[in-house]
Design a protein around this ligand. Sequence first.
Ligand SMILES: [Fe+2]
Length: 209
Amino acid sequence: MKLIDCDNYPSDTDKELAYAELECPTLAEIQQEVLSWLRQNTNLLESADDKSYWHTIQGTDIVRACPKLVEYMKSIKSPIREIAIGVLTQSMQTGLHLHMDSCSLQTKINFPVLNTEQVYTEWYDIPIDVLNQLGIRDDAKTTDKVYNLYKIHDTATDYDRVARYNMHTKPIVFNSWIPHRVMPETTAQYPRVILSVMPVKELTHLLQK
Ligand SMILES: [Fe+2]
């Protein structure tokens, strides 16, 4: 019995990878496009106190300003549904707390943009009985419920770590149906910025083991 009844949720880590690297020869150009758009249209790069992490970009502004990004998404045959910017600020040095995204979307493509050197994403295998004991909370991004994994952020290493990855040189297909957290080293630079593209169709086939 699962508190959140949704097919294949959470992801079966025996069958699916936590992430898959993608080749992207134009990453440097995409990073420049995104950074200039952010500088000209937002204050996300200056807001050191912000703890909200995710910033959904409304409308298609950023898409118009980033032709290399659009070209790349076309090349992997994955139309863009939505774009968000993830900003780890100076005030989030303990990291982005352990969570699992809601069952409405499993896969997205994350691109490293700025200061990604000393920051690691970690995925953990948390047994379903533990998830059920943690209970559920409202998801910050959707109207869905999610497991309340914040409660075990500080004790996550008691569980099996599926992967620990420094996303720095390549974009990845990200499996958000495995509990994960974002952990900066003490040497990390801020703001650490990533771009997240939600695809029109799930990319689960790229995560098969
Ligand atoms: Fe997430």
